[in-house]
Design a binder for this molecule. Structure first.
Ligand code: PLP
Length: 390
């Protein structure tokens, strides 16, 4: 088995070794130890990890705020329990969105929600309709399910092709298990506008579920953007996926959720693990309440995104306009060697994406990390003249 395929991107191991190009792995050594490569990829040491500028996984570099750390610390006393008080996390999420608690389902990260939707709605040879390029971890799950994928290429400006997706659904109506929209999209950072969401929902048969992945919702400033949660209240077959991993800095703690009509959640629940830890449930409640911290993260991230983008543009490289905590930059050469050069300089940038052979994805880290990234960029990539919009 290809080691790269075997490593999950989501865990610490995947995040580090994936971004390191797995150069730290010595498969012969692993095999001589009788250890399957698929099971035991080598981890970066703690010291190595701490020194890296971690711009590979769209994480929040600041960590959870004091309020959240305090709530989680207090919850440690439940670490030995199953029937612990959970801080009212489902009610808190329901209240936050103005929906009844029966419309909320927790997941161990929104990644679990995506997997559960895939498993629940792609049975009986159903197909997913979704954008290409998009969040590849979902498509990997769909591949593992052996379900067909109808992938609609992005438009030349990297936006999702809504008329193309509508046509794909109509042409395959009986076979479509669900439609996937990712807004802002990973890895492009581009949104689907609220008008486009309405256009899609109005044009496809009303019984086709639409999964709208709003993992990066909190970083958007565009007035044409809005959450799709109101459609759930209208009874539309819409599932909104959200995460505490990004704006709330709880990626390693694993908490996400779906907002969806009761009927869809009933079909999904049998496939969910229900394994969310006691500590992050309390952390999630505190995170929802800490709007000051969220505003600070958003403001700081957007300012660094603008500054870094301007520096790269001035150096002669086109940046795709982004509404998320990451962006694509066109390096005008194959990405893998460039990613490796960054790694040698202690900077982790995003993995290669099929269909984007000359773009690297860069997450917005701290000011210091972004300075290190720009300095490395200028050493690796000669000054030039940007061509086109990215
Ligand atoms: N959706 C998108 C678009 C993502 O980029 C990610 C993670 O990077 C996820 C979902 C899953 O995040 P998590 O499982 O940490 O909530």
């Amino acid at each position: 088995m290809d080691v790269k395929q075997a490593v999950s991107r989501r865990g610490f191991v995947g995040g580090v070794t994936g971004a390191l190009g797995l150069l730290t792995l010595d498969p012969r050594k692993l095999l001589s130890q009788g250890v399957s490569q698929a099971v035991r990829p080598q981890r970066a040491t703690v010291d190595e990890y701490d020194l890296l500028a971690k711009l590979a996984n769209n994480e929040n570099p600041y960590g959870p705020p004091e309020s959240v750390l305090k709530a989680m610390t207090n919850a440690f006393k439940y670490a030995n329990r199953y029937g612990y008080p959970d801080g009212g996390i489902v009610d808190a999420i329901a209240k936050h969105h103005g929906v009844p608690p029966e419309n909320v389902m927790l997941g161990a990260g929104s990644g679990e929600i995506l997997d559960v939707v895939g498993t629940a709605f792609l049975m009986d040879d159903k197909k997913i309709v979704g954008p290409d390029v998009s969040y590849d971890v979902l498509y990997q799950h769909v591949t593992a399910l052996k379900a067909d994928q109808i992938k609609v290429p992005l438009l030349p400006d990297f936006r999702q092709d809504i008329p193309g997706m509508i046509a794909a659904v109509r042409d395959n109506y009986r076979d479509v298990g669900f439609v996937y929209l990712c807004s802002p999209n990973n890895p492009t950072g581009r949104i689907v506008t609220k008008q486009e969401v309405a256009q899609l929902l109005d044009a496809i048969p009303s019984d086709v579920p639409v999964l709208i992945d709003e993992a990066y919702f909190h970083f958007v400033d565009d007035p044409n953007y809005a959450t799709a949660v109101p459609y759930v209240l209208q009874g539309r077959q819409v599932i909104v996926a959200r995460t505490f991993s990004k704006i709330s800095a709880l990626a390693g703690m694993r908490l996400g959720y779906a907002i969806a009509p009761r009927g869809l959640l009933q079909r999904m629940r049998p496939y969910s693990s229900g394994s969310i830890n006691a500590i992050v449930k309390w952390g999630g409640v505190a995170a929802l309440a800490d709007t000051t911290s969220q505003s600070w993260v958003k403001k700081t991230t957007l300012a660094l995104r603008a500054k870094t983008g301007a520096e790269l543009t001035a150096h002669g490289y086109a940046v795709v306009p982004s509404d998320a905590n990451f962006f694509l930059v066109h390096v005008r050469r194959p990405v893998q060697p460039v990613i490796s050069e960054f790694r040698k300089k202690g900077v982790l940038v995003g993995r290669p994406f099929a269909g984007l052979p000359e773009h690297i994805r860069v997450s917005i880290g701290t000011a210091d990390e972004m300075d290190r990234f720009v300095a490395a960029f200028k050493e690796i990539l000669p000054a030039g003249k940007a061509v086109g919009g990215g």
